[in-house]
Design a protein around this ligand. Structure first.
Ligand code: KG4
Ligand code: ZN
Length: 344
C-alpha cells in the first residue's frame, strides 16, 4: 500500500504519516462531535501521552438528553482548556506536534465546528497537517491504543447513533458489512431507559440496574433480520406494551436485565455470523455501548478459538485518543477547506 502523504499547509513540505513513516509521530487529537470536549496526544497511533475529556453530562441532565446548542456553547468554553491540559499532561509544547486530527462528522454540526475550527487554526498557525477524521473510524481505532492489534479483524461498532459490523481489512480499509436498519443499539438503550424511567444518561444507568435483575423475567422480541443487519426499533414498542400491560407488577431491574440480555444476544449472534462467514476469529468491540457490562461479558467469554479485544471503558465512549490514533492509521480529509457533516 502507498504511504499516506500529507503536506504542511504553508511550506507544502511532505509529511508521511502512519506505520510506513520512519520517524516518531505525535498527533494531537480533538473530539467535539456530541457532549464530550476532548483532547489527547498519541505517539505513533498507540501510545497515549495525554488524554483529557471534559464531559457535559451535568449540563444536559436537566433536559433528559443532549441539547445541541448547549453542547456547542460548552465546547467553546472548554476547547482551549482541554488542549492546554493535554499539552501539560504530555509535558510538551505545541511545536512538538506532528499533525492535528479532529472529528469532522458524523455528529452535531454546531458542536463539530468548535473542534474543527480549533484544529484548523492550530494546523494553519503551526504549519502542520490537518486531518479530518470520521468519528466511526476513530471508534474502531480505539482498539489500537496501548495494544499490538493488527488487521484483519471483525469489529462490532455500537454507539449512540450507529450500529455496524465492520470488516477491517487493513489499517486503512474498513468495510461496513452490516448495520442497523432503524435505531442504533445506543439509541434503543436510551429510549428504553427513558421508558423505564432511568435518568440520563440512559444506557449506563440501565446497565447498572440490569446487574441485579433476572434476565428471564420478561419476554422481549428477538428481531430476525437478513444478512449482517440489525433492527432495534421494535424493542421500545415491546417494552412500552409491557409497561402498559403490567404497570403494577413491573420490576425495573428485571426489565432492564431482560432487555440487556436480548440486546446483547442479538449483537453477539450477528457478529459471530460475520466472523464465521469471513473466516476471521479476531473480533473487537467499539463505541459507547461497548462499555456495557453484559455485552463485554458475552464477548469475553467466547470460546478460545476467538481472539476478542474490548477497549477499556474510557476508550469506548467518546474520547480524543481514538481520534489521534485514527489520524495515524486511517485515511482522512486533509484539506483546510474540509467541512463538517452531521450524517454518513
Ligand atoms: O460512542 P458514544 O460515546 O457516542 C456516540 O458516538 O454516539 O456512545 C454513546 C452511547 C449512548 O447511547 C449511551 O447510552 C451508550 O453509548 N452507552 C451505554 C453504556 N455506556 C454508554 N449503553 C449501554 N451500557 C453502557 N454501559
Ligand atoms: Zn462516539
Amino acid at each position: 500500500m502507498q504511504p499516506k502523504v500529507l503536506y504542511k499547509p504553508h511550506s507544502r513540505e511532505e509529511v508521511i504519516l502512519g506505520p510506513e513513516a520512519k520517524v516518531d509521530q505525535v498527533i494531537l487529537g480533538l473530539e467535539t462531535s456530541c457532549d464530550e470536549t476532548a483532547a489527547a496526544i498519541v505517539l505513533n497511533g498507540r501510545k497515549v501521552l495525554a488524554d483529557v475529556v471534559s464531559s457535559q453530562i451535568e449540563d444536559h441532565k436537566i433536559y433528559g438528553g443532549v441539547v445541541p446548542e448547549v453542547a456547542a456553547r460548552k465546547h467553546l468554553e472548554s476547547i482551549n482548556l482541554v488542549i492546554n491540559e493535554a499539552l501539560s499532561q504530555a509535558k510538551m509544547n505545541i511545536d512538538q506536534i506532528t499533525a492535528v486530527a479532529c472529528t469532522v462528522g458524523p455528529g452535531l454540526v454546531g458542536a463539530l465546528l468548535v473542534g474543527v475550527s480549533a484544529a484548523k487554526a492550530i494546523a494553519f498557525a503551526k504549519n502542520i497537517p490537518f486531518i479530518g477524521i470520521n468519528h466511526l473510524k476513530a471508534h474502531v481505532c480505539a482498539n489500537y491504543i496501548e495494544t499490538d492489534l493488527e488487521p484483519p479483524f471483525i469489529c462490532l461498532l455500537v454507539s449512540g447513533g450507529h450500529t455496524q459490523i465492520i470488516y477491517v481489512k487493513n489499517y486503512r480499509e474498513q468495510e461496513i458489512i452490516g448495520q442497523t436498519r432503524d435505531d442504533a443499539a445506543g439509541e434503543a438503550y436510551d429510549k428504553v431507559a427513558r421508558l423505564i424511567d432511568f435518568p440520563y444518561p440512559g444506557g449506563p444507568n440501565l446497565d447498572k440496574a440490569a446487574l441485579n435483575g433476572n434476565i428471564k423475567a420478561y419476554e422481549l422480541p428477538f428481531a430476525k433480520v437478513d444478512d449482517f443487519d440489525f433492527s432495534f426499533s421494535g424493542m421500545k414498542t415491546a417494552v412500552l406494551r409491557l409497561i402498559q400491560k403490567e404497570k403494577v407488577l413491573l420490576n425495573k431491574q428485571d426489565l432492564a436485565a431482560s432487555f440487556q440480555e436480548i440486546m446483547t444476544e442479538m449483537l453477539l449472534q450477528k457478529t459471530l455470523q460475520a466472523s464465521n462467514q469471513f473466516n476471521i476469529n479476531k473480533i473487537v468491540l467499539a463505541g459507547g455501548v461497548a462499555a456495557n457490562s453484559g455485552l463485554r461479558a458475552k464477548f469475553l467469554n467466547l470460546p478460545d478459538k476467538y481472539t476478542v479485544l474490548v477497549p477499556p471503558l474510557k476508550f469506548c465512549t467518546d474520547n480524543a485518543a481514538m481520534v489521534a490514533s485514527a489520524g495515524y492509521f486511517v485515511d482522512g480529509c486533509y484539506d483546510l477547506d474540509t467541512e463538517v457533516f452531521s450524517r454518513v
